[in-house]
Design a protein around this ligand. Structure first.
Ligand code: UD1
Ligand code: CA
Length: 466
């Protein structure tokens, strides 16, 4: 669209965020799996910005996080040092702005969406309006800048909490959300006139409102209260998190996913219709869940690719791995990175896999460690089987062909290969390759001593009496 190519956005992300009491810059604190600052940047692009300028205090991690996600050509990072207020930050940002319209967002207001910004952008296309600000009506406006209007109802200024002069002003419930759209040239003129004469001794961007209101029209566009939740401390972060997780659940329910209770589904996770997500489940990173799959109570999935019709029973942890259609997993299973679990595989309670391929229809139903292994189709791994894949220095491979039966409590000392349709007897320690169709057995022979149990009991009882 022609008008969209003319928009730049400035996202303010400088300052330490001292109220977070953290070594990590405030805007890098994760919210539903992504750093705070990514949300306004994403909203700006979605609202049509051709360029996003992020103002930071020079922390390389912030620039890195943004370049990784959006590419260096789309995001410009400018440094404001020291941070002398939001107005000063916009002055730095404007130096990099290329387009005739500018959208300004704060890096600590992550709940903003493109749809909340359309009214704001529409308003500055009206003749005679050079600035629009997003506002909201709050039950408790404490802490936010208040929107003060003149007797005719036109916006006169935004005044910060600390600078309010009367109870009348304090009672104003319309607050500044911290999002603005402006004619770039008019914004440059107004920002050049800012001075730090306020309670904080900072250059307030909000003073631009009064400056523009003196010469032209400022439009106040009322938005949803949720959109402006600003994250200043950990309590705000928790509130933003609750709201965003609830939004994700609502969106997915509308798309045909059953979600029970409080499942926490991070930004970017994809779930197909008719999937079912249990209470207490956490889905993180690039996790995808296919149609008709169920992820039951308390399971945690990180970068997991779940096929269709998969049953993940309660309390499984699956990370950086893929699960094929129709697989049945858990309860209490740990699939560790680089595992490939193919279709119709069964992995039961207390099974751990790491860098292991379980081929179609293979089973390990109870208590096993399978690391650096390749388990053939339809093979059955008995309870208590362990791949001894590590000698303290290097990891080694265990290759198991198709249709193999591994008896319970066997140890497979890698590197070792077990041929197709072979049989490993219970409690065998396998140290040599087993040929196809062979049976391997290696255990201490049993000896029975008739009547010895009774004799032993008498002996022990006599010893106790002494
Ligand atoms: C600001 C607004 C207030 C509004 C509220 C909404 C001002 C003066 N006040 O207050 O009217 O109701 O947001 O959430 O703008 N930043 C910089 N450089 C600086 C200072 C801040 O880049 O020198 C960035 C911060 O990283 C932050 C954002 O600007 O992301 C807002 O700064 P903050 O100090 O949190 O402002 P508030 O007190 O919340
Ligand atoms: Ca803030």
């Amino acid at each position: 669209m022609a008008s969209q190519s003319k928009l730049s956005a400035i996202v303010l992300a400088a300052g330490k965020g001292t109220r977070m009491k953290s070594d990590l810059p405030k805007v890098l604190h994760p919210l539903c799996g992504r750093p705070l600052v990514e949300y306004p940047v994403a909203a700006a692009f979605e609202a049509g910005a051709a360029q996003v300028v992020v103002v930071t205090s020079g922390q390389p991690e912030i620039a890195q996080a943004l370049r990784d996600r959006y590419g260096a050509d789309r995001v410009a990072v400018v440094v404001q040092d020291p941070p002398r207020g939001t107005g000063d930050a916009v002055r730095f940002g404007l130096a990099a702005v290329l387009h005739p319209r500018t959208l300004i967002l704060y890096g600590d207001t992550p709940l903003i969406r493109a749809q909340d910004l359309s009214g704001l952008l529409g308003a500055i296309d009206e003749p005679g309006t050079d600035l629009s600000i997003l506002t909201a009506l709050l039950e408790n406006p404490f802490g936010y800048g208040r929107v003060l209007r003149d007797s005719s109802g036109s916006v006169r200024e935004v005044r910060e909490e600390r600078d309010l002069r009367s109870d009348g002003e304090r009672a104003v419930r319309e607050v500044n959300a911290g999002m603005y759209a402006a004619d770039t040239e008019k914004l440059r003129e107004a920002v050049a006139q800012l001075s730090p004469n306020n309670a904080q001794g900072e250059y307030y961007l909000t003073d631009v409102v009064a400056l523009v209101a003196q010469v032209s029209q400022v439009a106040a566009v009322q938005g949803e209260a949720d959109a402006l939740v600003g994250v200043n401390d950990r309590a705000d972060l928790a509130r933003a998190e609750d709201l965003l997780y609830a939004r994700h659940r609502d969106r997915l329910r509308k798309a045909g996913v059953t979600i029970h209770g409080d499942a926490r589904i991070d930004t970017g996770v994809e779930i197909a219709p008719d999937a079912e997500i249990g209470p207490g489940v956490c889905l993180r990173g690039k996790t995808r869940v296919g149609a008709r799959s169920r992820v039951d109570v308390g399971s945690v999935l990180i970068d997991a690719e779940i096929g269709q019709g998969v049953d993940v029973k309660p309390y499984c942890v699956i990370s950086q791995s893929s699960i094929g259609n129709g697989a049945q997993l858990g309860p209490f299973l740990h699939v560790r990175p680089e595992s490939v679990i193919e279709a119709d595989v069964h992995l039961g309670n207390f099974v751990e896999t790491k860098k292991t391929r379980m081929r179609r229809g293979a089973k390990a139903n109870h208590l096993s460690y399978l690391g650096d292994a390749d388990v053939g189709e339809r093979s059955n791994i008995g309870a208590g089987t362990i791949t001894c894949n590590y000698d303290g220095f290097v990891k080694r491979q265990t290759i198991i062909g198709e249709g193999v039966f591994i008896g319970s409590d066997s140890h497979l000392v890698a590197p070792v290969t077990i041929g197709k349709n072979a049989y490993v007897a219970t409690a065998t320690t396998v140290t040599q390759d087993v040929p196809e169709d062979a049976m391997a057995i290696g255990r201490v022979r049993q000896e029975n001593k008739p009547g010895y149990a009774a004799k032993l009991r008498e002996k022990l009882a006599a010893a106790k009496k002494k």
